[in-house]
Design a protein around this ligand. Sequence first.
Ligand code: C2E
Ligand code: MG
Ligand code: MG
Ligand code: MG
Length: 280
Amino acid sequence: RAKATGKNKYNFYDENMSKILDRKLIIERILREAIDARYLYLQYQPIIDLKTGSIVAAEALLRVKAENIGFVSPDEFIPIAEETGLIIPIGEWVFERSIEELEKMRKLGYEEMEISINVSSIQLKQPDFLGRIKEIINRHQVPTHRIKLEITESVLIENLDENINVFKKIKDMGMKIALDDFGTGYSSLNYLRIIPFDILKIDKSFIDEIVQSQPLAEIVDSIISMAHSLNIQVVTEGVETKEQLAIIEEKGCDMVQGYIFSKPLLPIDLREFIQHFNKK
Ligand code: C2E
Ligand code: MG
Ligand code: MG
Ligand code: MG
């Protein structure tokens, strides 16, 4: 009897596994065709400066829309794009579209706006990564100091020495570097000393419970103080409520990105949002 149960479990597991694999293969095929078939688009989430109360930046967030699959989140498709190497052409597409959007906003008069672009470790490892983005920037009228590259902690662990070089060159070009999802990975405070980050983004998981948890509030307070003493600005991600906002504002956080102000928006909605928001 025990054996039979075991076998059933095994079959069930097998079936589940093959469903997961099917979905992965479907997503992989979609990603492979995505650029040509126009399955990709970007949404932009406003980032608000708490001192001035205005929108100072927007983060480009990739979306996939294809008929043969329902909603698929970046947390699901980005890892598949990374495993298959498809993140390289896709990441380049994201970069170019984001730069075009920045250029468009500048032409509309939003010249202070910055754009934040997520960069995967796979892209960073490409020997011609900087050459490719230089080439894209040169084709558009955008100043490099309005471009921020967001990098997650996992990037840092692999090839730290080579990456330090790339980061230096990114800074030499005039771009800014943000450390994304701070606190979730294998973060070592040592990285903050070695890599010239301009911005540190505190992960949503810290904010989720900040109202109920005094220790979390203390941790966030320490992160902000430490960042400031290193001349690094702090963005908190995933702020959804007034109570959360009040705490991080009291702690001296510089910028906020969260549903409390806005979800990620299509370009046209972003521009409209900025226009109304910054008037207030
Ligand atoms: P991320 O870079 O940390 O982006 C922030 C994520 O938090 C976004 O999820 C955003 O929609 C979500 N978020 C922001 N505020 C709130 C809030 O108040 N409540 C809730 N529930 N969520 C909030 P999204 O768009 O699903 O992206 C997930 C992750 O996928 C990103 O996390 C980033 O790591 C990755 N990603 C997205 N676009 C790209 C891309 O173009 N290239 C690369 N390499 N990764 C990307
Ligand atoms: Mg990000
Ligand atoms: Mg993040
Ligand atoms: Mg994240």
